[in-house]
Structures are given as structure tokens and as C-alpha cells.
Design a binder for this molecule. Structure first.
Ligand code: NAP
Length: 249
């Protein structure tokens, strides 16, 4: 069991973030949950995690807003020293072609999917960096295989935001290595969560799963396990890596 380790997971009221929270709790981490609007789900998860016997708090914060992010990390400080940040919060919009993507929509997707990553990483550096009195730490970014495929005819804006996340992961990893902070990313493929409904196709995974080498969609637990590994001491020599969790795609 991890003693006195704290993990903060953005967007952890449901889906991959919620499963990741459960995974860290099982390993003994104190868990900071974050949600934008799903208070009830976040509080239910908080109770489930506390029942495991670890500390847990659920903090409402819009991770695109610098003041909210600052308050989120301040709340996390109450649980102890931050060891792990998982930049998981993400959105996609209705399936559309490039010609129909508005500038407003594009900026919303960029703000949630990549600006949030910058804001949260900056807060984590203040707490983890060995140059600032910290004990080091690990950051795991939840990117997407869309960074590789480009998501044509669906959401190129989303894919572009995840491409930015991959570059951010590489750059931050190289910059922060000497400060004791490892930075890696997972790139999930088709995972059974609510996010596909936001694109207008709740059953999208089942439509596309037969195109995957493994012939099935992935479960949030399978992504959570990869995130946990990248944050754990078991991956102590791994940084700047993009780990595909995508059924062979
Ligand atoms: P999901 O079920 O739709 O959950 C998204 C989470 O993000 C929710 O907890 C949501 O909070 C939170 N969130 C959204 N905007 C936020 C904001 N501004 N501030 C704080 N929290 C916010 O999605 P998911 O499928 O688990 O996705 C998690 C991550 O995996 C995303 O980055 C996504 O791009 C990535 N991913 C998913 C798949 C897949 O197939 N599912 C594939 C590749 C990558 P509320 O509940 O409060 O709205």
C-alpha cells in the first residue's frame, strides 16, 4: 500500500477518471476527485473510495479557469503532499466535418483538453519539483489515439487537441526530468464511456470495434491500469512516453 501518497485526477466523476480514482484508492493513495457539474456522481464515488479506507475529497472546479484550478490544488494540499497528477478531463463535440467546426467550438475543445493540462501541470510543478523543495512526482496525461488518426469526419478539433497534448507531454517530460517529475501519456482508443454520446453516437464503440485487431472495445478499467502503471514506481525509468491502450489500432 502507498503511504501518504496523494493523487489528483481531473474529470473523475465518471468514465476513465472515475475508474482511475478507484485504482489509486485500491493501492492506498489519498484521492482528490474533480468534476465540473456531476456533483452527485462525484460524491457517490467519494463515499465508495472512503469505504475502502483511504482519504478522498471531491472538488468542483472548471479546469479551464485558472482561479478554479488554483483552488482545486489548494484543497488537495489538505490531504498531504501531491505525488501524482492525472490530466484526464476532456470533451468532444457533435460529429462534424472540418468545414462546419466553428471558431467558438474549436476554442472550447482546446481550453478543456489542453489549456487545462498547462494550468494543472503548473500547479503540480510548484508542489513536486525538487528545485522548489518538493519530492518529485509523476504526471500522466490522458491523450487519445485520435492524435494519430486525426478523427476525419468526426472531430478533427478533438484530435488536434490531443496532438497538442502529445507534444506537451514530450516537452514537459524533457524539461521536468531534472526536477524529479516524470511525464507520460496514455492514448486510449475506443473505450466504453459516456463521451461518445457527446458526439451524438452513444453506440459508437460497438459500430467500430470490429475494425480493431482485438475485435472489441476497451473498458475504462483497462485504461486506468495503464495510467496507474505510468504513475507508479514500477515505471520509474519511463518518461516522455505515449502508451497506446487501443486494442492494437
Ligand atoms: P467522460 O465519461 O465524458 O468523462 C469526462 C469527465 O471530464 C467528466 O468527469 C467531466 O465532469 C469532466 N470534465 C469535462 N469538462 C470539464 C471541465 N471543464 N472541468 C472539470 N472537469 C471536466 O469521458 P471519458 O471517456 O472518461 O474521457 C476521459 C478522458 O479520456 C478524456 O480526456 C478523453 O478525451 C479521453 N479519451 C477517451 C476515450 C474513449 O473512448 N472514451 C478515448 C480516447 C481518449 P462532469 O461529469 O462534471 O461533466
Amino acid at each position: 500500500m502507498a503511504q501518504n501518497k496523494v493523487v489528483l485526477i481531473t474529470g473523475s466523476s465518471r468514465g476513465i477518471g472515475a475508474q482511475t480514482a478507484q485504482r489509486f484508492a485500491q493501492a492506498g493513495y489519498a484521492v482528490v476527485l474533480n468534476y465540473r457539474q456531476a456533483k452527485k456522481e462525484a460524491e457517490e464515488l467519494q463515499q465508495q473510495i472512503q469505504a475502502i479506507g483511504v482519504e478522498c475529497c471531491a472538488v468542483q472546479a472548471d479546469v479551464t479557469k485558472e482561479s478554479d484550478v488554483s483552488e482545486l490544488f489548494a484543497q488537495a494540499d489538505n490531504l498531504g503532499r501531491l505525488s501524482v497528477l492525472v490530466n484526464n478531463a476532456g470533451i468532444l463535440k457533435q460529429q462534424a466535418r472540418v468545414a462546419d467546426i466553428s471558431a467558438e467550438r474549436f476554442m472550447q475543445v482546446m481550453e478543456v483538453n489542453i489549456l487545462s493540462c498547462l494550468l494543472c501541470t503548473q500547479q503540480a510543478i510548484k508542489r513536486m519539483s525538487t528545485e522548489q523543495g518538493g519530492a518529485g512526482g509523476a504526471i500522466v496525461n490522458v491523450s487519445s489515439l485520435a492524435a494519430k488518426t486525426g478523427s476525419p469526419n468526426e472531430y478533427v478539433d478533438y484530435a488536434a487537441s490531443k496532438g497538442a497534448m502529445d507534444s506537451f507531454t514530450r516537452g514537459a517530460a524533457l524539461e521536468l526530468a531534472e526536477e524529479g517529475i516524470r511525464v507520460n501519456a496514455v492514448r486510449p482508443g475506443l473505450i466504453y464511456t459516456d463521451i461518445h454520446a457527446s458526439g451524438g453516437e452513444p453506440d459508437r464503440v460497438n459500430r467500430l470495434k470490429h475494425k480493431l485487431p482485438l475485435q472489441r472495445g476497451g473498458e475504462p478499467e483497462e485504461v486506468a491500469e495503464a495510467i496507474y502503471w505510468l504513475a507508479s514506481e514500477q515505471s520509474s525509468y519511463t518518461t516522455g512516453t505515449l502508451l497506446d491502450v487501443a486494442g492494437g489500432l
